[in-house]
Design a protein around this ligand. Structure first.
Ligand SMILES: C[S@@+](CC[C@H](N)C(=O)[O-])C[C@H]1O[C@@H](n2cnc3c(N)ncnc32)[C@H](O)[C@@H]1O
Length: 222
């Protein structure tokens, strides 16, 4: 489904420039683009040296905004490739004056351009697109090629926390973590009936729960 471009999108993104880095799209080759380094200095943007967590594919930002409010001494970087969606998240952070969230409008593939190796303690993958067709397997955000990238961004002992409603994607991801040498420390096949303290419901999670779908959760450590 094609989404209409929001009105005044460029001006609205510009108004959020202090909490947002928009990726340099001059090179369409993401692999090559990731080799350039323009590291975001977390201490500078947040004005402190608190630990950092990263959400990839944050959508409209409900999860990151609410999680950031629950964890004021943690800094959050939220990545989303579609600016038309991300603008809602940016404007919410501004409206609610949340000081520990910063956004990156880029694809996961180019994160190493902006994020220093070994600088995040947790990566959240919330309801990433399952991309069921075999031909799109390499684009899934838990494909081993992405897990290698995440490993480089994570601190020693860092972890990935993933939630999904898709059983096949859940099974694929479990296999993928193992293949990439991660240690699976938690698996839940029914998060709805086994809630985790401090875990925030995302936009898609709410929708899938209402449709009666199961919610899976995996924690994988490097
Ligand atoms: C199904 S939505 C889930 C949004 C939100 N996390 C939630 O749970 O409500 C998946 C989001 O991931 C984003 N996304 C997909 N592939 C991505 C990539 N390679 N890099 C960054 N974001 C991506 C999509 O644009 C979309 O907003």
């Amino acid at each position: 489904m094609r989404m209409h471009k929001k009105g005044h999108l460029e001006e609205r993104l510009e108004a959020c420039a202090d909490i947002l880095t928009v990726a340099d799209l001059s090179d369409k080759n993401m692999k090559r683009s990731a080799l350039v380094k323009e590291y975001i200095c977390f201490d500078e943007i947040f004005g402190n040296a608190n630990p950092a967590r990263l959400e990839i594919g944050c959508g409209k930002g409900k999860f990151v905004c609410e999680t950031a409010k629950l964890n004021p001494y943690v800094n959050f970087i939220a990545c989303e490739k579609i600016s038309n969606v991300l603008i809602d998240a940016c404007e919410r952070v501004k409206a609610e004056n949340i000081k520990n969230v910063y956004f990156l409008n880029c694809a996961a593939e180019v994160l190493p351009r902006y994020i220093k190796p070994g600088s995040v303690e947790t990566i959240y993958l919330n309801f990433s697109n399952p991309l069921p067709k075999e031909g799109y397997k390499k684009q899934r955000l838990t494909h081993p090629r992405f897990l290698e990238t995440y490993r480089s961004l994570l601190k020693e002992g860092g972890r990935i926390i993933q939630k999904t409603d898709d059983g096949a994607f859940f099974a694929f991801s479990l296999e993928s973590y193992k293949q990439a040498g991660y240690k699976i420390t938690e698996v839940c096949e029914d998060l709805k009936n086994n809630p985790v303290a401090g875990d925030v419901e995302t936009e898609h999670e709410k929708m899938f729960k209402e449709r009666g779908k199961p919610i899976y959760r995996i924690v994988a450590e490097v």
